[in-house]
Design a protein around this ligand. Structure first.
Ligand code: ATP
Ligand code: MG
Length: 474
């Protein structure tokens, strides 16, 4: 039973396997999101956002019935009945390729020619939560729709590489393979089933179940007891025809030319049904068992399977949390920071403070305005403690004196181990405050262009009192 206390109701907890993204981690997420968006932009990919809920049938058709995702991992449910008593079968998306292809077909995007698309967002799979595996996780993904050649396969791999390089994630290995075309896989499948049947006593339950429905997936097993068996199984490479072989060689040549190291892993397959030809994964040893940070490949049959005019396609999905874990292990957490923390005392100053804060924001500064808590606005001293902790470059103080004189007191705060501006607090006329703050911030930060703010350059209007009328704490 949950306990309630005199402070209120017992606290509820998040759903198992679904994690909060806390503000302390926000800089890391934003770094990934910015880098992903700019990598996508660098190759001419445009963003698409599809709904998180889709008809269950989309994933059953688009991922394949005999896959872990569809068999075991989907959050699928029947919606409430509509006015005619009909219930829709809906599912939280476990991945986005099917959704993106659905949207491309539904909106006839390929009518305008091939499409380079990217997405980023949450996915949902009811797996056993463990390190590197949660029930809500995020993927950044690329889908190149309508492109047939090995050039675009290499391009999406280079895009991923550029992103990893930009983020400074380097202990990754690229594995590639070709799983050929359906007819080649059919011939391989016969040989594979024959081999696996001959070794049936070595198969685990999953593998026995898949022996006739999806034997290729058995090669993807994580069961250590089956590795030797899988190792010696017939290889798809021996069943590839000339065209498939040439396609793989085309990808390899381009990667080699671009200086991207890779290994061909003849046992690499994808967990999803409608992949063909190129498959690839980026893998790290630094994350333990869940080491695949990116999986991708070609899925030429999918668009037709989902009811579109047949068109080739390829893409990848990167597991964002796994990359963030690699980044977290590498770098110091970034402290949040803003430009100004506004401290004030008294009703008139409080009104003025909000007006000053708005004015500063309008010219592009980030401003935290001190607001009242349950115990009121607090003393100057306690407000200054908040200002110090905020990471702001400056505290701007407004009290009765300042209101009467139409001035503000500006106190540089210590940030990144150094005080901003000259270090000493000073009084500034309100109409010169913006210029003074911007000048000090620009001085401090060489990377910041003065032109980024539309500030007037009339230094003369700066009225700086030589001595402050108020003694501040610290
Ligand atoms: P795995 O073999 O790890 O289950 P998968 O083949 O199911 O991976 P994909 O469907 O190819 O994974 O998804 C692409 C990427 O998304 C994975 O390489 C991984 O980085 C990430 N990912 C997949 N499932 C999860 C999860 N449950 N939690 C966190 N990240 C995940
Ligand atoms: Mg999985």
């Amino acid at each position: 039973m949950s306990q309630s206390s005199d402070r209120g109701q017992a606290a509820l907890r998040a759903v198992k396997g679904m994690n909060d993204m806390l503000p302390g981690d926000a800089p890391l997420w934003e770094r990934f999101e910015d880098a992903a968006a700019s990598a996508a932009r660098a190759y001419g990919y445009r963003r698409i956002r599809t709904p998180i809920l889709e008809h269950t049938a989309l994933f059953v058709r688009g991922i394949g019935e005999v896959t872990d995702i569809v068999e075991k991992e989907m959050y699928a449910f029947e919606d409430k009945a509509d006015k005619d008593g009909n219930r829709e079968h809906l599912a939280l998306r476990p991945e986005s390729t099917a959704s993106v292809v659905r949207a491309a077909i539904e909106h006839n995007l390929l009518y305008d020619g091939p499409q380079r698309l990217w997405y980023l967002g949450p996915m949902f799979r009811r797996e056993r939560p463990q390190r590197g595996r949660t029930r809500q996780f995020h993927q950044f993904g690329i889908e190149a729709l309508g492109y047939a050649g090995p050039d675009v396969d290499a391009e999406v791999i280079l895009l991923a590489k550029r992103l990893f390089d930009d983020l400074g994630v380097d202990d990754l290995r690229l594995e590639i393979n070709s799983i050929g075309q359906p007819d080649e896989r059919a011939r391989h499948r016969v040989a594979l089933i024959e081999y696996l049947e001959a070794n049936e006593q070595l198969l685990d339950d999953d593998a026995k179940r898949r022996l006739h429905s999806n034997p290729l997936r058995i090669l993807d097993t994580k069961n250590p007891h089956m590795q030797a068996l899988v190792e010696a199984a017939p290889r798809i490479a021996d069943f590839l025809g000339d065209d498939s072989r040439a396609h793989l060689e085309g990808v390899k040549a381009r990667l080699t030319d671009a200086g991207v190291a890779f290994v061909v892993n003849p046992r690499l397959v994808r967990g999803l049904d409608y992949y063909n030809l190129t498959v690839f994964e980026w893998i790290t040893e630094s994350l333990g068992a869940q080491g695949t940070v990116c999986g991708g490949g070609r899925y030429d049959p999918l668009i037709a399977v989902l009811g579109g005019k047949p068109a080739p396609a390829c893409g990848f999905a990167i597991g964002m949390e796994r990359i963030l874990e690699m980044l977290r292990a590498k770098q110091e957490p970034v402290e949040p920071s803003c430009d100004v923390y506004l401290v004030h005392q008294g009703e008139a100053a409080s009104l003025l403070a909000m007006r000053v804060a708005e004015g500063l924001r309008t010219v592009g500064l980030d401003v935290i305005l001190h607001c009242a808590g349950p115990a009121g606005i607090g003393s100057f001293k306690s407000q200054m403690k908040r200002a110090d902790a905020s990471g702001a470059a400056f505290a701007v103080l407004l009290g009765d004196d300042e209101v009467a004189a139409n001035e503000a007191t500006v106190k540089p705060l210590v940030r990144d181990g150094a005080a901003h501006g000259s270090g000493a607090q000073r009084r500034v006329a309100l109409d010169a405050l913006t210029v003074m703050l911007i000048d000090s911030l620009v001085e401090d930060d060489d990377a910041e262009e003065p032109d980024a703010f539309d500030a007037p350059d009339e230094e003369e209007s700066l009225v700086v009192a030589t001595e402050s009328s108020r003694k501040l704490p610290h």
